[in-house]
Design a protein around this ligand. Structure first.
Ligand code: NIG
Ligand code: FE
Length: 422
């Protein structure tokens, strides 16, 4: 097997350290090697260091990439997206600008329910093509692993269709997809007045999804006027019993006890956390739950931002994700999320990088395979055309990626997709 060597890397952000959630101060503990090198064999990293230590690995077949003037990071992990869905919702923009809230629009049958109608009508092939385009955009911005939720079907056939699209994409696209079943994303129009019946429909889907290996995680939108504390708990308890790992949409608009559910049921992550009470930060930290923050959603909805500084000070481990979806966060751009995390959440570049690499990997339970550049891990690597990591957060709204490698293979070159279709 021939080697692939990266040499003269201006800043090599290794994220070396324990393969677990990095919490509090640890999020700032980031190793950056100047004039670094990385050696890859097949899909795996076999050595890293500084200077010319890479020379020992050179033979006639070795490909050498000169990364002078570039920053290398681990492939970015976008650990909260609603990747697969039909249509878009630009016609709700005017309503939003006129002052209607996210929940006002949902109440009027728009929002998630609008996308549900479109997703039900869209064929498998069209959903696949649309999601593939988004994945291509994501990888061009440096994302190499994506979590993808269902939740725009709210009936058996469409939820399964969404999950099968994600599965097919995981097989055919270089980006890895971790699937989450989110049948409890909203009450569909036809069960608006019969919550109990809908809960049973969601529960009945669980064994099928498990048996067909269509999702690893189960997630619930725990929110006033959506799924109550009891309803959310009920679904996640059942999911846990079927062997799903858990996530929860927590405290996005209001705090109704989602963190309590996350702690007592052992959720892997609690996401949003905009309106979370201060005493709940300590609980998240104590239970090693990934606090997955989504500042692009706050930006797009013109809402409050999560209190990231306080969370870090109280020992939480933070991830950052796009929440890519057609309503509250129509963007695939993880770099914009990183920049908002700097400007709006007051996170430092090192904390931000921890959040989108190793902590993102923890949010999808892949921390042993990805999330850092160290011997034995997968060669998911991003080369950024920036002089240092501060620049990545400072110069906002553009794409800084030069090249992206997934499992040791070049998949984006000079910001253009170059992987071979499978
Ligand atoms: O994470 N909060 C619930 N779900 C998405 C929004 C989905 C939509 O509006 O279509 C979110 O913000
Ligand atoms: Fe979401």
């Amino acid at each position: 097997m021939s080697n692939l060597i990266f040499k003269n890397i201006a800043q090599l952000v290794t994220m070396r350290g324990p393969n677990r959630l990095r919490k509090g101060q640890e999020m700032r503990d980031v190793e950056i090697l100047e004039n670094g090198y990385v050696v890859v064999q097949g899909d795996t990293i076999i050595d890293i260091g500084t200077g010319d230590g890479y020379r020992n690995y050179m033979d006639n077949n070795t490909e050498v990439v000169d990364a002078s003037g570039l920053v290398m990071t681990p492939g970015l992990v976008d650990s909260h997206t609603h990747l697969v869905h039909g249509g878009s919702r630009e016609h709700e923009l005017t309503m939003k600008l006129e002052g209607y809230s996210y929940l006002d629009i949902l109440r009027a049958g728009g929002g998630i329910l609008n996308t549900v109608k479109k997703t039900r009508k869209t064929s498998f092939e069209d959903l696949y093509e649309k999601a593939k385009k988004s994945l291509d955009i994501m990888v061009c911005f440096g994302t190499t692993t994506v979590e993808a939720k269902s939740g725009y079907g709210l009936d058996f056939d469409t939820e399964i269709k969404q999950l099968e699209v994600a599965k097919r994409l995981n097989d055919s696209h270089p980006v890895d997809i971790v699937s989450t079943f989110m049948g409890a994303h909203a009450y569909p129009e036809e069960y608006k007045h019969n919550h109990d019946a809908f809960l049973e429909i969601v529960i009945k889907m669980l064994p099928y999804i498990k048996e067909h290996n269509l999702a690893e995680f189960c997630d619930v939108f725990c929110e006033r006027e959506v799924f109550s504390y009891d309803e959310s708990r009920y679904i996640l308890e059942k999911a846990k019993a079927y062997g799903f790992k858990l996530k929860i949409h927590a405290d996005e608009m209001d705090s109704i006890g989602a963190v309590d559910i996350a702690c007592t049921l052992g959720c892997v992550s609690a996401d949003h956390l905009v309106e979370t009470k201060d005493e709940d930060f300590t609980k998240l930290a104590k239970h090693d739950i990934v606090a997955n923050l989504l500042p692009a959603t706050s930006f797009n909805l013109n809402k409050n931002y999560a209190k990231a500084r306080q969370m870090i000070e109280m020992g939480c481990g933070l991830a950052l994700s796009t929440d890519y979806n057609p309503g509250s966060s129509p963007t695939e751009n993880i770099q914009l999320v990183m920049q908002l995390a700097g400007l709006k959440l007051k996170m430092t570049p090192k904390e931000i990088l921890t959040a989108v690499t190793i902590n993102g990997a923890c949010a999808v339970k892949r921390e042993k395979e990805i999330g850092s550049i160290e011997v034995g891990k997968k060669a998911d690597l991003v080369l950024f055309a920036v002089p240092n990591i501060d620049y990545l957060v400072y110069h906002f709204g553009i794409n800084h990626v030069k090249d992206v490698y997934k499992n040791g293979k070049l998949v984006v070159h000079n910001q253009v997709i170059c992987y071979e279709e499978e």
